[in-house]
Design a protein around this ligand. Structure first.
Ligand code: NAD
Ligand code: ZN
Length: 402
């Protein structure tokens, strides 16, 4: 892919200098699609200070419903609501219990009923304050309430800042699988203030940073090096290092989704590590976190790429080395004390919603910092026997891998 625009990120270490930077995401982009409008993502230490002004510019006069899980609401909702109230805005707060289990149809129903009971009409907007669960759930409420009202995404977890708040995908989990019911609903704007992450537990930080490593691997080798260098700072929650990482990831994701909003083409590269990652996550019955599962998935998919002759030899070793700096399960046996059986993992790759017409497709790396374009298809159909070989070698005979 072309080098994404560099924004203001210095090439030096991530921990130097700060400021609020606005990254534009174009909507309606895609193979053959017209590019007409878009939304800004404001990233910066202190970006929250611009909320009332931006709300006045982009969602004036409407009533505001702030949706947040109870953990995040207790920590941060007052700081978000106060400046809006001071600016004369009507803000109602709706909370739900934290956790993936609440990204459900039942919670969507409870929230929409709550909005109806509080008299919210067409002249409403939703503020989604929280992690990816809140962003997806509140975004889906906004997508469907009164046939759609605006949503402002204010991510508070690293996963949400680095990944889920940008791109417009919203939805809920259902018994048949995660994210299977949802809608594209681009936000009115996104406000990313890294100060929220100071209250984030270290484990949540480490898991979220896996998606940043993914961005480096698919699009920017220099960014990957900066992440590797600043790993201890990032894990400790250094606010300036976090700002620079979040900004670069937002730039990369914004660039990719602006070119392909609906995932017909280049957006598939964001799935690197996720075909096998999702299968492993599901196989563990979600005891394995998403970040840890994707970490292992990236190692395995780099391996698949090397076996296919698509990925430069040695890439898998580099992926493992970077992940080990982030205390993630890049080293497969330690992440998997109980090796999953290959057949069930393979079966789970087939139930991934991205599997089309039976052929399981994988986004692969060309080399570190560059996803493989696959001649413009941006993913490869990989035969089961290749994946079987790699999974077998990874989980049962590390020594004869290669
Ligand atoms: N829409 C997309 O494109 C997209 C992309 C990636 C992930 N996702 C979704 O995101 C979800 C995972 O996101 P997540 O990891 O943020 O989950 P989450 O929203 O459950 O947050 C994780 C935990 O951290 C807490 N938390 C969040 N911010 C905090 C803060 N600042 N301080 C203290 N605690 C805080 C939450 O209360 C929660 O307990 C999944 O449902 C996944 O499907 C969506
Ligand atoms: Zn992911």
């Amino acid at each position: 892919m072309d080098e994404p625009e560099r924004g203001s990120t210095p090439a030096a270490g991530l921990a130097s200098g700060a400021g609020v930077v606005s990254v534009e995401v174009r909507t309606g982009g895609g193979p053959g699609g017209e590019t007409s409008s878009g939304y800004p993502v404001h990233v910066g230490i202190g970006a929250l200070e611009g909320l009332a002004r931006e709300a006045e510019a982009r969602i004036p006069r409407v009533r505001l419903a702030l949706i947040s899980d109870d953990t995040v609401a207790a920590l941060h909702a007052d700081a978000v609501e106060a400046p809006l109230r001071a600016a004369g805005r009507d803000v109602h707060r709706f909370t739900f219990p934290a956790g993936e289990a609440r990204k459900s149809r039942a919670q969507w129903a409870a929230l929409t009923d709550g909005l109806l009971a509080a008299g919210f009409g067409r002249d409403s907007a939703i503020i989604a304050l929280g992690g990816g669960v809140t962003g997806d759930l509140a975004g889906f409420v906004a997508a469907t309430y009164m046939r759609g009202v605006p949503v402002v995404q204010i991510p508070t977890s690293l996963v949400a800042m680095i990944d889920s708040a940008v791109g417009g995908k919203t939805g809920v989990d259902v018994p048949a699988g995660k994210n299977l019911v949802g809608a594209f609903h681009p936000p009115a704007f996104v406000l990313v203030d890294p100060r929220f992450t100071t209250t984030l537990p270290r484990k949540e930080r480490a898991e979220g940073l896996v998606e940043a490593i993914k961005h480096g691997l698919i699009a920017d080798a220099a960014y990957l090096e900066a992440l590797e260098r600043d790993a201890p700072l990032l894990l400790d929650g250094d606010i300036v290092a976090t700002f620079h990482a979040v900004l670069r990831s937002v730039e990369i994701k914004a660039d990719v989704v602006s070119r392909d909003e609906r995932e017909g083409g280049i957006r598939q590269i964001l799935n690197f590590g996720h075909t096998l990652g999702h299968a492993l996550e599901a196989r563990s019955e979600y005891r394995l976190g998403h970040g840890a599962a994707v970490a292992t998935g990236m190692v395995l998919e780099a391996w698949v790429g090397e076996v296919m002759g698509v990925t430069l030899p040695g890439t898998r070793d580099r992926v493992e080395a970077v992940l080990s700096r982030f205390e993630q399960g890049g080293h497969i046996p330690s992440a998997w004390p109980d090796a999953p059986d290959v057949a069930s993992v393979l079966a789970l790759t087939r139930s991934d919603k991205k599997a089309r017409q039976g052929a399981v497709r994988y986004a692969l790396l060309s080399h570190v910092g560059q996803a493989d374009s696959a001649g413009g298809a941006w993913s490869h159909a990989i035969a089961d026997d290749i994946v079987t070989r790699v999974l077998g070698a990874a989980f049962f005979s590390e020594s004869d891998s290669g």
